[in-house]
Design a protein around this ligand. Structure first.
Ligand SMILES: Cc1cc2nc3c(=O)[nH]c(=O)nc-3n(C[C@H](O)[C@H](O)[C@H](O)COP(=O)(O)OP(=O)(O)OC[C@H]3O[C@@H](n4cnc5c(N)ncnc54)[C@H](O)[C@@H]3O)c2cc1C
Length: 394
């Protein structure tokens, strides 16, 4: 079979497109296969920490994205009942100096579009839609994807960036997504509809037992993003996580929270699954990237960010190594420990913010209170990954 291109990317989400761009930067031709009728993203917000911005900067798309971004002043944790600020992180000048990049919030489709447009400008990135990939296979010198309609395409290598329900992942392990029993209702509303007493300045996470609500503006402040998250009373039934359950979970919450819950019918529901970490996601000329490799709960806002880190690492390894197999093995060696740590930390952070035991909550909040908003050590393990590179460049 004749070769379609150098590298096939399965999945045109944020991870797949970032990978396409990064791989193309090494001079390789790429084809992206997406199951949906068109390339796009869901209507909700995305927090992007400095480790994401550094990759976007290196990929040459940061400036374009910043046109649609909002720069929040602080990350704030608030008690869902009293509204008391229990912890804050200042995102001002000191933060940007510490990490060399800002913290921004954007609409997902803005990031997706900026990546897609950057890919479209390249001569040698092809796009295929309505193309659901069933699996991939390889021999010594090539890798072939098999579409559900029976078509086949061959390249030198295949990257599985096909999300939490990845088909390509099945080549490495027969595992299933892990049901967290938490559900998210998310979406955006026009900023004019947001009552004036609700701040537009910060990323606010209202926290309480078995629940939280995140709010922040996106699209240059024109839209307001809401994410309502709670634990279902019974995550075994098909429709688990209903609006009725939500109102029950949030009983007694702060009036501002109650106001935002009223937008539930404008939001879409997302039952939340992650994956257990795996140690092996590369074999020969096939590897995984993003949620396909390391789907995580969104509590640290790092799932998409980690996909971007993957893309950059892949590019570096493809530049350094002579062949795909070696590059993918080294990529896996570098990325597995990092992604595993973030996956596990996200689960742990969920336990912390969703704590039910009043004593635990008291201890947690007392510890939070001791934290200074400008003490960035607590987030260094996540956001600080490129600090060494930057120091060596100086
Ligand atoms: C409520 C919520 C909030 C979040 N907030 C943040 C945040 O603030 N910051 C952050 O960094 N991350 C966040 N995340 C995580 C982030 O959304 C994901 O980690 C990120 O979208 C993963 O990107 P991906 O490209 O790997 O996978 P996906 O976005 O899932 O993309 C996979 C693509 O592959 C396609 N596909 C799937 N199967 C096939 C197939 N068989 N053949 C062809 N195509 C296929 C899909 O249609 C899709 O386009 C959040 C997640 C949730 C649920």
């Amino acid at each position: 079979m004749s070769k379609l291109c150098d590298v096939i990317v399965v999945g045109g989400g944020i991870g797949g497109l970032a990978a396409a761009l990064a791989i193309n930067d090494t001079g390789k031709s790429v084809a992206v296969f997406e199951q949906a009728p068109e390339f796009g993203e869901v209507g909700a917000g995305l927090q992007l920490a400095p480790n994401a911005l550094e990759v976007l900067d290196r990929l040459g798309v940061k400036e374009e994205l910043l046109k649609y971004a909002v720069f929040p002043k602080r990350l704030v944790l608030k008690d869902v009942y009293t509204g008391k600020e229990v912890a804050t992180l200042d995102l001002g000048e000191g933060f940007q100096k510490e990490f060399g990049q800002p913290y921004i919030v954007v609409h997902r489709s803005d990031l997706h579009r900026v990546l897609y447009e950057a890919c479209q400008k390249r001569d040698n990135i092809q796009f295929f839609t309505n193309s659901r990939i069933q699996t991939a296979e390889q021999d010594a010198s090539s890798a072939t994807i098999l579409l559900e309609n029976g078509d086949k395409y061959t390249a030198d290598a295949v990257i599985g960036a096909d999300g939490v329900k990845s088909n390509i992942r099945k080549l490495f392990i027969e595992d299933e997504p892990v049901n967290s029993a938490y559900v998210a209702y998310r979406g955006t509303i026009p900023i004019e509809e947001v009552p004036n007493d609700i701040t537009r300045d910060d990323v606010v996470m209202w926290i309480g037992p078995n629940l939280h609500l995140v709010q922040y503006p996106v699209r240059s402040g024109k839209l307001f993003n809401l994410v309502v998250v709670f634990k279902s009373y019974d995550a075994t039934v098909e429709d688990w996580g209903t609006p009725d359950e939500m109102f029950k979970r949030f009983e007694g919450s702060h009036p501002q929270v109650q106001t935002m819950l009223k937008f539930i019918n404008r939001q879409f529901k997302w039952q939340m699954y992650d994956r257990n970490p795996i140690e092996n996601w590369s074999k020969g000329n096939i590897t995984l990237l993003g949620d396909a490799a390391h789907a995580m709960l969104q509590y640290l806002a790092q799932g998409g960010v980690q996909a971007l880190e993957d893309a950059w690492c892949l590019k570096e390894q493809l530049e350094e190594k002579d062949n795909y197999e070696e590059a993918f093995k080294e990529y896996e060696k570098i990325r597995v420990p990092r992604a595993t740590m973030v996956q596990r930390s996200a689960r742990k952070w969920g336990e912390v913010i969703h704590a039910e035991d009043p004593v635990l909550i008291m201890v947690r909040d007392a510890l939070f209170e001791r934290h200074k908003p400008t003490d960035y050590h607590v987030v260094d393990f996540l956001y600080g990954i490129f600090k060494k590179d930057k120091a060596s460049v100086k």
